[in-house]
Design a protein around this ligand. Structure first.
Ligand SMILES: *[C@@H]1O[C@H](CO)[C@@H](O)[C@H](O)[C@H]1NC(C)=O
Ligand SMILES: *[C@@H]1O[C@H](CO)[C@@H](O)[C@H](O)[C@H]1NC(C)=O
Length: 271
């Protein structure tokens, strides 16, 4: 056996020796920085590793503290230990038994900014503060504006769709998107995580415009948890293609692609 093979074998036997328990080190993965809307909420993604036998949620004590002052607890299972400003506003939403230390802070305040760090205490075992992996939390007073996506042209009698989306940090209380028009049956909403502690709410408005919709303003408003809101507006231009087509079929077919479109519309209306 050469030296390299021996080394490799040695390494594997070491792994086999310690892995039935856990080879893990004291490591945490926490979001590096995140900007939170004042009055709203943030869910800080966090996961951690610790050496030794794996414990259940109730066998572990998860603590969040200010990176500027070790004794300033912003979350503790004993809430008398939490600093006054954060009392009743923080919650461990992660399951410690699954090594998930995700923290929720609601009613975010202007002076809530700061580095926040996770600490694990294993009763009868060791304690560890993951002070090299703290979350930098910033505050913004300006709500994110919803983004609108739509086709430039709408055609009378033909379905038309607009999407409105907004990014936020509060998956436990998603922002509501509301339209200046459209009933419930015309709107569908989707939620998704886009990583880095950010989430996106997307609302899709689908309707069939008529002649009265031409030049109408359509607004999408985002109402964030905590009461902040913002909105974006678009102006609808409805082309009266169908009417024109019946009146003047030949003359309206300047381009081949337009003709194809109109033929589809006819098929649709007739069936
Ligand atoms: C941690 O817990 C949060 C809150 O329950 C959950 O949304 C997230 O998916 C969990 N993370 C992992 C890696 O399981
Ligand atoms: C871990 O922290 C708890 C609470 O602060 C303390 O009572 C305990 O002695 C600590 N354990 C060790 C091994 O330092």
């Amino acid at each position: 056996m050469d030296v390299l093979t021996r080394l490799v074998l040695y390494f594997f036997s070491l792994q086999a020796l310690c892995c039935p328990v856990s080879c893990a080190e004291w490591e945490a993965e926490v979001i590096k920085k995140i900007e939170v809307l004042t009055t709203s909420c943030v869910v800080i993604p966090c996961s951690f590793e610790y050496p030794g036998v794996q414990k259940s949620h109730s066998q572990l004590r998860g603590i969040w503290y200010s990176g500027n002052a070790r004794d300033k607890f912003i979350y503790h299972e004993d809430d008398t230990k939490i600093v006054e400003n954060f009392k009743g506003r923080t919650k461990m939403v992660g399951d410690l038994g699954s090594k998930n230390c995700t923290l929720e802070i609601v009613e975010f305040k202007n002076h809530d900014a700061g580095p926040y760090c996770f600490r694990i205490e294993i009763p009868g075992g060791e304690n560890f503060s993951y002070k090299d992996n703290c979350a930098q939390v910033f505050v913004t007073e300006k709500p994110e504006e919803p983004k609108l996506h739509y086709r430039e042209k709408a055609y009378e009698g033909s379905p038309y769709a607009i999407t409105c989306s907004v990014i936020h940090t509060c998956p436990s209380h998603m922002p509501e998107l509301t339209w200046s028009r459209g009933g419930k049956e015309e709107v569908t909403t989707h939620y998704k995580s886009i990583g880095e502690g950010k989430w996106e709410v997307q609302s899709l408005l689908t309707f069939v415009p008529n002649e009265h919709d031409d030049d109408a303003d359509i607004t999408c408003a985002a109402n964030f948890y905590g009461g902040m809101n913002s909105e974006s507006k678009m102006n609808l231009r409805v082309k009266r293609e169908l009417f024109y087509m019946y009146q003047n079929w030949g003359a309206s077919c300047f381009r081949q692609c337009e003709c194809v479109f109109k033929l589809e519309v006819i098929k649709h209306t007739v069936s």
